[in-house]
Design a protein around this ligand. Structure first.
Ligand code: PGA
Ligand code: ZN
Length: 488
């Protein structure tokens, strides 16, 4: 049980200097937490309502003082002094308090702030890394996601110089976050040089830090991404692949897709997407069709399922009902998960579960308006997202998340984890220590050296023989068992 003893919020600015919400919470145990809420620009129509003040004299109507006040008064009055055992209990109370289908009374930005800050406070209260707390919400094992990193930007994030929103790099051959970031750095540098030469511009950056030169066409944007991978010395598709966020709802009008000086119908748009898939190493197409063009999505699914991720962002809005509809009608095969599209962690987890049970891939995503908070990295790891989408490797609001992924990776490196973390019997632990084993990495290398079971080979190992079963069981239970090690 966690009793909330204080709750309040302030207005802060996001990476576009637009106001957003920062929430603070204290629990009776003394655990204190704070959390910042992100905000999108290329939003889906079915997203929960982000409450803005609408006063044109202040931040062009974008102020968040009402949302902040809702936390510091209505929500505080309803929740302070109450005990909540789980995240679901807290989120249910928030939904009841709001009572509207799209969170328009309190605002999804206020609701998410409270949902998230309670999660972080509970993690602190139980002395658990946030990613582990997120994993416990679904009884899962944390796992770091694969990176998808913005290289080129267009659309609403870059002043619309080219209609599609993102071309992303996917370092598929990387074995770690650290390696993936190093590979992406090479491609980004190559791309900055290439576009500076080609378009004779300084490296202009868009909202998420992606390069945004004046591409004459989408084709040029994709071709330049491919050339950048090659110039960085990587094999396209094999080492570094591409993903695109077409964000096509934003160039869809009057039933037509306005792209490449053409006005395509759905069939034409699907043909264009299939042409990109044929010519470029693209593994994922996000919002290839507009958010209400369900038959267009189905046509694309018919053509591309099994060839690429058909990823729904504006189409699905992390909304369990819309995801179910997409599963039933075979309109997509992957979910872009943004918790502020739906408003509470519990609903986002339901969305996630539905997608996973349908065998979909999940990409946990930031927003284009972000803050220096890094909870997204813990969420993607704790919920074991297949991929994470944060933006480019530029700007601190993005790097806060990449750096947190690096930290989680380092904290979980067996070389650094003390042997005490294996929950083995005291005698076993003494024996391990006497054998000079001090980290989980040490015991894994002892096992590797003796792979095949010839355990009496060296002196230190003989002592451990009788504890072998419990050591192996613990390594497996905690996910440290090296896959290549054949023991039994
Ligand atoms: P948004 O864009 O955060 O501006 O909505 C991100 C995306 O479309 O994936
Ligand atoms: Zn998108």
């Amino acid at each position: 049980m966690s009793r909330i003893t204080s709750l309040h919020a302030i207005e802060i600015l996001d990476s576009r200097a637009r106001p957003t919400v920062k929430a603070y919470c204290t629990l009776a145990s003394g655990a204190k937490a704070e959390v910042s809420v992100p905000s999108g620009a290329s939003t889906g129509t079915a997203e929960a309502l982000e409450l803005r003040d609408g006063d044109p004299k202040r931040f062009n109507g974008l102020g968040c003082q009402k949302a902040v006040e809702n936390i510091s008064t209505t929500i505080r009055d309803a929740l302070v002094g109450r005990d909540f055992a789980t995240q679901a209990d807290l989120d249910t109370a928030l939904l009841e308090l709001d009572g509207t289908p799209n969170k328009s009374k309190l605002g999804a930005n206020a609701i998410l702030g409270v949902s998230l800050v309670f999660a972080r406070a509970q993690a602190i209260e139980t002395n658990m890394p946030l990613y582990q707390h997120f994993a416990n919400m679904w009884d899962g094992i944390p796992s770091l996601p694969q990176l998808t990193i913005n290289l080129f930007s267009g659309g609403k994030h870059a002043g619309g110089q080219v209609p599609i929103q993102d071309v992303l790099v996917v370092p598929v051959a990387a074995k770690s976050i650290s390696e993936g970031l190093a590979m992406t750095y090479d491609v980004y540098q190559a791309a900055a040089k290439l576009t500076a030469e080609k378009y004779n511009t300084r490296p202009l950056k868009a909202d998420e830090g992606g390069l945004a030169p004046p591409f004459p066409s989408v084709d040029a944007m994709l071709a330049d991404a491919l050339t950048s991978i090659e110039r960085a010395g990587y094999i396209p598709g094999e080492q570094v692949a591409l993903a695109v966020d077409v964000a096509s709802s934003h160039f869809y009008a009057d039933g037509r897709y306005h792209i490449n000086d053409q006005a395509l119908d759905s069939t034409g748009m699907v043909a264009l997407l299939m042409d990109w898939l044929a010519r470029y190493p693209i593994i994922s197409v996000e919002d290839g069709l507009s958010e209400e063009d369900w038959s267009g999505w189905q046509a694309f699914y018919g053509a591309a399922n099994g060839k690429a991720m058909i990823l729904g962002d504006d189409l699905l809005c992390t909304n369990p009902k819309r995801i179910q509809q997409a599963i039933d009608s075979q309109a997509a095969n992957s979910l872009l998960l943004k918790v502020n599209q739906i408003g509470t962690l519990t609903e986002a987890l339901t969305a996630y579960d539905i997608a996973c049970h349908a065998g979909w891939k999940v990409v946990v995503s930031a927003r284009s308006g972000e803050t220096e908070d890094n909870w997204l990295a813990d969420l993607a790891t704790g919920w074991a997202g297949d991929y994470i989408k944060i933006g480019s490797i530029m700007q601190s609001e993005r790097l806060a998340k990449y750096n947190r992924l690096l930290e989680i990776e380092a904290l979980n490196d067996p070389e650094f984890i003390p042997i005490e973390n294996l929950r083995v019997s005291p005698h076993c632990l003494i024996s391990l220590k006497q054998s000079g084993v001090s980290t989980i990495g040490d015991i894994v290398s002892v096992l590797e050296q003796n792979s095949g079971g010839n355990f009496a080979m060296d002196g230190i190992s003989r002592k451990l023989l009788k504890y072998l079963d419990e050591i192996i069981a613990q390594l497996k239970a905690q996910g440290f068992w090296p896959e290549h090690l054949k023991w039994e």
